[in-house]
Design a protein around this ligand. Sequence first.
Ligand code: MSP
Length: 530
Amino acid sequence: MKKRFYITTPIYYPSAKLHIGHAYCTTLTDVFARSKRERGYECYFLTGADEHGLKIQKNAEAAGVTPQAFVDNIVEGFYKLWDLLKITNDDFIRTTQDRHIKVVQDAFTKMLNQGDIYLGKYEGWYCKYCEAFWTDTQVGKEHICPDCGRPVEKAEEEAYFFKTNKYLDSLLKFYDNNPKFLIPESRKNEMINTFIKPGLEDLCVSRTSFSWGIPVRENPKHVVYVWLDALTNYISALGYGSDKEDLYKKFWEDEDTEIIHILGADITRFHAIYWPMFLEALGVRKPDREFVHGLLMMRDSKMSKSKGNVVDPYPLVEKYGVDAVRYYLTREVNFGSDGSFSPEQFVERINADLANSYGNLLNRTIGMMSKYFGGKIPEYKGQVSEFDGSLEAVINTTISNYENAMDDLRITEAITYVNELVNRANKYIDETMPWVLAKDPEQVDKLASVMNHLAYAIYVASRLYHPVLVTASDKAFEQLGLTQEEAKYENISNKKLLDNHQVNKGEPLFPRLDATIEVPFISELMGGSK
Ligand code: MSP
């Protein structure tokens, strides 16, 4: 495994506020970044905003402000949301920043000079009223403008194009030599069958019909069209092509860094086909992995700002806490598959997994520790009760299963291993029956061992949950009497870690939610669409 990671989310459009689908992508990326850092790897995590384009220009006009003022305002909301969700990104790139604009213009010039980009004509469906070009799919069979509903007509404009076919063979070779590049693997076939086999068209990389974009230096009536601008963020943020390339050298150029892009299925084509081509044209290394996650639907229909059926993450986090929301997103929707957001499932997950299983395990254990040992965790003396060995075995396999799953970005699966450990520890209480052992003075060694094993199992579960349950796990460490230093991941296999620590009784980590109150409340947040 490589020793260092560079991990990115897509950069989001600040055309409107972000919804829970965006929070899903960023949260899962954050879980991965945190888990790597906790295990001692260096990890640089980038997110940002994709601020150019016609849509933003139009929204700004409608709001009566400049496009820059418009995006500044919305991006403020991005910062707040990532703060609220405790996202640990190292940088936030905005495509309107000088550091980005220069890199895009330089890249365009290089490609133009190399003959990768040429001037041609873009043909599309044009809406005179909206002054916008649309594609065949956007206008549908009726040839109607998707924005204003008026009829559109075929029109042409002068535009620059990127010669995709020049890099196609090399891309296919790259796919063959790097079978782990695109995950899940099915995405590669989708790219080949849907886009490459039918004949890949050259990509339009400039427009003259709107002005909110990065001007083409050589021909300033053109602005760089959005994907060449947007994708370049992954290297411009590291200082590529600037006089301060330290981060770029370390997190992109150095082969010891694993470069991972996380993205939603809707933008696979741009990341899996054009981005490697652009990088090849620039003579720059390609990413190691692109992980394509599914989309979060709302009651079977795609969540989208234009449909107005989005879930706003703010009130959810404010009411249920950051851990509950992060947990739901990580656990409920298998990372890589589509999923849907449902208030019933939200409440059920929090109650079943966090309140009843994990929270209750901690509560019961701390209570018994106080009752039987004055709150002092007895020392580890090996496997004393007949159930200790099997609990230890589960702990060991949980750690290795979790690590392997996380490394492969099977994040949901990694968390289910921790849930299984928690369930196993609860069962261990039923098996060992500490309340029975406590009645017999001759069983005190067994009782001590049970208490030590339980404390250790909770520590391990809390450590592994930590990238998701960023505040509750710390509270669990506190209740077990561990300092942050002691609770570190490097101690995860130390069975004597908990010896003689004094536990602290605390509030339950996750109070049970009353479904009859919470389900209607969350449904209301979803626009009442139950
Ligand atoms: N700006 C481009 C990305 C450029 S990356 C160089 C863009 N922005 S976006 O704001 O429309 O969406 C960005 C990403 O948000 C999607 O690819 C996807 O990862 C995520 N999601 C948006 N809606 C989502 C869901 N409903 N569910 C899950 N993820 C979603 O595309």
